[in-house]
Design a protein around this ligand. Structure first.
Ligand code: PMV
Length: 333
C-alpha cells in the first residue's frame, strides 16, 4: 500500500435497522445470513482521525479523550491490517470521538467502523468506491456497512460461503427523501453481557426458529423497500416492529435464551402502543440491548417524548432524524 503520513479525519453516523440483521453465514469473513434495511441517524456521529507514524511500535487508540487498550484496540489493529492487506505496515494513531455520551449503551460500532473505513481508505490512498468502502466497513462490524450511506440503505446478503463479493450495502434514498424522527429512550447504561456476534452464533446453533427467520427475510425486505419508496408511514412502522419482535423472539428462543430487555424496555413498548391506540402513530424497534427506539413523524415527536419520559426507568431521550453519508472532513481534533 501507498501510505499517507498526514492525519486524515472522517465522520460517520450510526444507523438503526428497520429490517434487522441477525445471523451470520460466516463468522470468519463476517458475512450476514440475511439482508437488512436501515436509517442513518444524524445525532449519533463518530469522528475519527487516523495518522500513520513510522515511530510507533503499536497502534494507539484514543476514544473520547481516553486511551484504550485490549480488545477494542485489537479490533482496530486487525481492521487496519485488513484495509492495508498486510500486517507489515506502519502503526497508526487513531483518535475517535462520539457525539453521543460514551457508555450510553448505544451501539457505536456501526459509526465507528464506517468512519475508520473511510479514514483508512484515504490514509492508504485506496480510492475505494462506495461499494468497496461498505464491504470494508462490514469487516469491522456488519451494521457498519450501512453507515457508509446517508438516509436509507440496504445491506445485501450474498450466497457464497467463502467470498464477500455480494456482501455490501447500497443506498436506497438519501436523507432528504423523508423527514422522520427517531426517539431513543435510554433505559440502562450498563455494558451488555452478550454481544451481537455471540448472540447471533448461539441463536443459529440452538433456535428452531432460525430457519424460518432466514427464509422470511426476503419478503420483509421487499415490503420495506416499497413502503419506503411510497413514504407509507403506517406500513414502514408496522414492518419495523414486526422485524424487531421477530428478531427478539428468535433470540429468546435460543438455548440458553437471550433477553436483551429490562422492565423499562417493556414499559416503554406498552406506552408507545397505548399512544397508538389513541391515534398517535409511533412504532418501536430494539437492538441487542435494552434501549427502545421510537419511529415517528416530526409533528408527534414532542408529545411522544413527554409520554415516554414519564416511564419509570427511562433515563433520557435522544431525538434524531435522518443523517448524512460517511465522509472525509477537516480535522476537528
Ligand atoms: O454488526 P453488528 O455487530 O453491529 O450487529 C448488529 C445487530 C443489530 O443491531 C441487532 C441489528 C442490526 O441490523 O443493526
Amino acid at each position: 500500500a501507498d501510505f499517507n503520513y498526514n492525519p486524515v479525519t472522517a465522520q460517520a453516523h450510526a444507523n438503526i435497522a428497520l429490517i434487522k440483521y441477525w445471523g451470520k453465514r460466516s463468522v470468519d469473513l463476517n458475512l450476514p445470513a440475511v439482508g437488512s434495511i436501515s436509517l442513518t441517524l444524524d445525532a449519533l456521529k463518530t469522528t475519527t482521525t487516523l495518522q500513520f507514524d513510522e515511530n510507533l511500535n503499536e497502534d494507539e487508540l484514543q476514544l473520547d479523550y481516553r486511551k484504550v487498550t485490549g480488545k477494542p484496540l485489537d479490533r482496530v489493529t486487525e481492521f487496519l491490517d485488513i484495509a492495508a492487506e498486510t500486517s507489515n505496515r506502519p502503526r497508526a494513531k487513531i483518535v475517535t470521538k462520539n457525539s453521543f455520551p460514551t457508555g450510553a449503551g448505544l451501539a457505536s460500532s456501526a459509526s465507528g467502523f464506517a468512519a475508520l473505513a473511510v479514514a483508512a481508505d484515504k490514509a492508504l490512498n485506496l480510492n475505494h468506491s462506495k461499494e468497496e468502502l461498505s464491504r470494508l466497513a462490514r469487516k469491522g462490524s456488519g451494521s457498519a456497512a450501512r453507515s457508509i450511506y446517508g438516509g436509507f440503505a440496504e445491506m445485501k446478503c450474498g450466497s457464497s460461503f467463502d467470498d464477500d463479493k455480494d456482501d455490501y450495502a447500497i443506498p436506497l434514498h438519501d436523507e432528504s427523501h423523508w423527514d422522520l424522527r427517531l426517539l431513543i429512550a435510554v433505559t440502562s447504561t450498563d455494558k451488555k453481557d452478550v454481544g451481537s456476534t455471540e448472540g447471533m452464533v448461539r441463536t443459529a446453533k440452538t433456535s428452531s426458529f432460525y430457519q424460518g427467520w432466514v427464509e422470511n427475510q426476503q419478503a420483509d425486505l421487499e415490503e420495506m423497500r416499497s413502503a419506503l419508496h411510497a413514504k407509507n408511514f403506517e406500513k414502514v412502522g408496522e414492518l419495523t416492529e414486526h422485524s424487531c419482535f421477530k428478531m427478539h423472539g428468535l433470540a429468546m428462543s435460543g438455548r440458553p435464551p437471550l433477553l436483551y430487555w429490562n422492565a423499562a424496555t417493556t414499559e416503554t413498548i406498552h406506552t408507545v402502543w397505548n399512544l397508538r391506540k389513541k391515534g398517535i402513530a409511533a412504532f418501536v424497534t430494539i437492538d441487542a440491548g435494552p434501549q427502545v427506539k421510537i419511529l415517528c413523524q416530526p409533528d408527534r415527536a414532542e408529545l411522544i417524548k413527554q409520554a415516554v419520559l414519564s416511564v419509570n426507568g427511562v433515563k433520557n431521550i435522544i431525538e434524531t432524524k435522518p443523517g448524512p453519508e460517511a465522509s472525509i472532513v477537516q480535522s476537528e481534533i
